[in-house]
Unconditional design. Structure first.
Length: 664
């Protein structure tokens, strides 16, 4: 901060066309302002924010030596940056600029011109009083670490990592599972175009997804941490310090050749979570055929080497591995990295329909849409067969909005369920041309490109859509070797297979991640964006961005688009050598501070900490984290915290100015 000079104030009243001039006599306000203390010049102009208007202000600063400027016009949210840049170009410190809002706070809410003019002058008088006490501030800078962290190895995280890496920056990608791919790796074919021909022996998710997974894993600019979690995050935008907990897989990735000999001798079989429990896997396993990295992992929780049994002394997998890849000596490690920006792409979980007893999900003929994906996938547990208990279904019924759009429960729409249902109904019609397919729905939402056309195609194929009340009763009951659907307003319908279109829900660990990352969550539990329209990718913590379904339900195209957007926002930070910090931040008079911690509790940005100063604990404000919201100032019991540009002296002077003299 530099020493202030004797105030020489210029006042400029904007008519904003008739937005202000219709209710405020701007010429009169400008004339009255001439008599205010320290005012050197006072003018009114039709559009002060225009190029000629800015040029007028710049010229007066240079010719009259103005060191304070007050503009009375619209909201500071609209044009304060415009005027601050203008005075800066003229050589004046922008911290000495003050703005009075006589549009939103005056002309737009008053009809009486006399009263509007009086109030406008009062606002100008207060702004001039404050401007006299403004002091020049020197902008602070912070260095930037030109690296990024991506949390989550699903399609969004992989896309974000690739985008950042392809711009030449180092990326750390952290995935909690042993392999990349996330929820998308479980899918068969992707809508609306289905991609591969129906005769293709592969699976579209592999054809499209796996090449990107391999590119990501092999990119020299990307360091991938699988089977790892974020333990701690410290710092601020441009300078984050991350602790990564690397859990052991007990298999050396460099030695493992995925020969499968270890699984053949492993005596332990457990439900396969990748196939949603529809088959089993061994305690040493690869989650799916084209997994990246394609190396085996030992499930410590289920491996009997860690508990008791025949593998304690001489593990069979270790004996059979001729490559020496099995290593039970591996231990958990902690690695620390520094980055300038973070992309959160932790994905979602699937609603558990077992909480809805009326839908009878425990019945073998009642499955979910994700389970149907694995059932119909060529490389799934049944190699694509839709048979249930050895019988080919003759009638398949889909029930939509399970766990979405509820009065009690998840009120939001999961956005993808309608198209997933249409895709899977199309799959049934292709695989089982003689099967009848019925869809019970409340509304069908096909908002994306090509989705309405695909939906109409499915209807033309003979899929029957039956509308039901959104909150109407629908039940699935057992009837012999079939199930019967009882839907309010429709006759009972027997079926061989029922598919529940379940929605997306936030991850169970989202609350823990929100604490570690210091990001907010919305009422539905997903991570909260800074602004739903203007900053849909940002969080309230500068430098941390959202990608994919961790922010809310999304389909694949929207997830990838947001991932690329988040990557671009991250690159916008790490491409700079320095970042300018805010001017109007809080600061502490440590001689007055009593160390009560009230400010720490009130700060939602974690910008305040306690330091030991000569044996006394006092508050300290990290200017890089402070948003200038003023909450800490209101909570301070000793008056030790003030805010630059809004200190007590300035605010009291504004109040005094309002109480003094004639307002015209």
């Amino acid at each position: 901060m530099v020493e202030p000079k004797e105030p020489k104030i210029g006042v400029y009243i904007c008519e904003c066309g008739l937005n202000i001039a219709a209710t405020v006599d701007c010429e009169k306000v400008a004339k009255l302002a001439e008599s205010l203390p320290n005012v050197v010049v006072s003018k009114f102009y039709k559009y002060t924010c225009s190029e000629p208007g800015q040029a007028m202000i710049k010229e007066d600063i240079k010719e009259l030596g103005l060191n304070r400027v007050v503009v009375a016009s619209c909201s500071p949210r609209m044009h304060e940056p415009t005027f601050r840049n203008a005075v800066k170009e003229a050589g004046m410190n922008p911290a000495c600029f003050e703005m009075a809002n006589i549009r939103e706070h005056c002309s737009w809410i008053h009809k009486d011109k006399e009263k509007g003019t009086k109030k406008a002058f009062e606002l100008v008088k207060m702004a001039v009083a404050k401007a006299a006490l403004l002091v020049p501030l020197e902008a602070q800078e912070a260095s930037v670490t030109p690296k990024a962290l991506v949390v989550g190895g699903g399609i969004s995280g992989v896309q974000a990592a690739l985008d950042i890496a392809r711009r030449g920056f180092q990326v750390y990608l952290v995935e909690r599972n042993p392999t990349l791919g996330g929820n998308a790796a479980r899918l068969g074919k992707w809508f609306p175009l289905q991609q591969c021909a129906d005769t293709c022996l592969g699976s579209c998710s592999y054809c499209i997804l796996v090449p990107d997974l391999r590119d990501c894993y092999n990119d020299p600019n990307i360091e991938v941490f699988t089977n790892s979690e974020i333990e701690e995050v410290e710092g601020y935008v441009g300078n984050f310090k991350i602790k990564i907990r690397k859990k052991p897989t007990y298999v050396d990735k460099k030695r493992c050749v995925a020969c499968n000999l270890c699984t053949e001798v492993c005596p332990v079989s457990v439900p396969n979570e990748f196939n949603l429990g529809m088959d089993e896997r061994k305690a040493i396993y690869i989650p799916f055929m084209e997994a990246v990295p394609k190396t085996y992992t030992i499930d410590e929780e289920n491996c009997i080497h860690f508990s008791s049994g025949e593998c304690v002394e001489n593990p069979k997998c270790k004996e059979v591995c001729v490559w020496g890849a099995v290593d039970f000596e591996q231990e958990e490690e902690m690695e620390e990295v520094e980055v300038g920006a973070i992309v959160l792409a932790t994905g979602h979980e699937i609603f558990d329909p077992s909480t809805k007893e009326e839908l009878n999900h425990q019945h073998p003929r009642v499955i979910t849409t994700p389970e149907f994906e694995r059932l119909s996938c060529i490389v799934g547990p049944t190699k694509g067969s839709l048979d249930i208990d050895g019988k080919t279904p003759e009638k398949v019924v889909f029930i939509q909005c399970v766990g979405s759009r509820e009065k009690e429960g998840n009120a939001y729409c999961s956005r993808v369920c309608c198209m997933v249902t249409a895709k899977e109904a199309h799959t049934v019609r292709q695989r089982l041309p003689d099967a009848k397919v019925v869809v019970y729905h409340s509304d069908v939402r096909t908002f994306g490109k090509g989705q309405e056309e695909f939906f109409m195609k499915v209807k033309d194929e003979g899929v029957e859509y039956r509308r039901r009340e959104k909150d109407g009763d629908i039940r699935v009951e057992e009837k012999g070797d079939k199930v019967v659907i009882k839907c309010e307003g429709h006759p009972d319908e027997e079926a061989d297979l029922v598919v529940l279109a379940v929605g997306m829900i936030p991850r169970e660990d989202a609350i823990d991640m929100s604490r570690v990352m210091n990001v907010s969550r919305s009422g539905d539990g997903f991570f909260l964006e800074a602004h739903p329209k203007l900053r849909p990718i940002d969080t309230f913590t500068d430098g941390i961005f959202l990608a994919g379904s961790c922010q809310g339900p999304k389909d694949i195209p929207d997830s990838l688009a947001q991932a690329s957007g988040a990557a671009a926002r991250a690159c916008g930070i790490i491409s700079k050598e320095k970042l300018l910090l805010g001017e109007n931040v809080a600061f502490v008079d440590q001689d007055l501070c009593i160390g009560c911690e009230a400010c720490l509790e009130s700060c939602q940005f974690s910008a305040i900490s306690l330091l030991d100063k000569d044996g006394k604990m006092v508050a300290y404000v990290n200017e890089a984290l402070c948003k200038g919201c003023g909450t800490c100032i209101a909570s301070c019991k000793s008056g030790a915290i003030q805010q630059r540009g809004y200190n007590d002296e300035q605010l009291l002077k504004m109040i005094s100015a309002l109480a003094e003299g004639d307002s015209g």
